[in-house]
Write a protein that binds this ligand. Sequence first.
Ligand SMILES: C[S@@+](CC[C@H](N)C(=O)[O-])C[C@H]1O[C@@H](n2cnc3c(N)ncnc32)[C@H](O)[C@@H]1O
Length: 328
Amino acid sequence: MMTLQPTSERALSHAPVMLTEALAGLAVRSGGRYVDATFGGGGHTRVILERGGVVLAIDADPAAAIRANALRESLDEPDRFTFAAGNFGEIGAIARRSGFDQVDGVLFDFGLSSFQLDDPERGFAFRFDGPLDMRMNPAVGESAADLIARISEAELARLIREFGEESRARQIARGIVAARTREPIIGTARLAAVIEAAVGGRRGAKIHPATKTFQAIRIAVNDEIGAIERGVRDAIELLAPGGRLVTIAFHSLEDRPVKSIIAAESAACVCPPEQPVCTCGAEPRLKRVGGSKRSSELEIAHNPRARSAVMRVAERLPGGKRTDREDR
Ligand SMILES: C[S@@+](CC[C@H](N)C(=O)[O-])C[C@H]1O[C@@H](n2cnc3c(N)ncnc32)[C@H](O)[C@@H]1O
């Protein structure tokens, strides 16, 4: 078994979520080939490597690439680890380019790493003041500040409602648009203050009134739901028969597309329910492995972020044809 350099205190504070469950879900074996689509701090990758796996890790964040280089340098067998910078929405092309096809497992641990949340410069958190950026890769696409400066009030309200599941979306959008006409909103603290004022203060709320809006803007800036849909569909193509798909989601918006793709790909027939005879000829490509799983109480006690985690596991079946209706 390969030896790894001692885990730093910093890495310990960024504990991988549902690690034991993810390894069991992937059915990691020595010599198996795995794609970790969300490298982050490398918590899951490290342990797959320790178990003898061969790993292609992907992350859009340039800071994750630096951590991946450091990990590679610490390995006795660096050839078992490859890192590719990129968006997991293009996991198929990235993996094939890196020589990973017909793999034994693909892991997605969605959302943000604590490295990103703890860095004021990235603009994901409102507990510090920082530039309103929120891009997974700050070199690609439009920042949150630019998005907020550009879109209409109606569009802003829609995205806050849809991606933040925020019932006060119209009120908040109105407040943001009024504030931006006075002065551009370019910092996290100002945006949080504008939102708080728009909803009339905290009034004993359990979470900060800006929480859902920050989530919504982050999801929109990074097209997170689109990337999940494309990434999970592509990952199914990459799996060898018997290969495992494992996803860890932190809210229903992330989990919902995964759930529906797995359901469609596990269905024997996708004909409309009112049709008496099956004509679709679909064959399932996936088999669900257990139901959705939650973190243990013990893990939640040590890592509060684990509280909202939901894991899904599915196995690639031999043969099978695409079964989702949109593609037929
Ligand atoms: C929750 S963290 C992963 C933590 C990791 N499993 C660990 O144990 O350290 C999620 C990571 O996914 C990355 N990410 C999010 N969306 C992405 C996307 N569409 N493409 C590539 N990476 C993405 C983020 O940059 C972040 O580093």
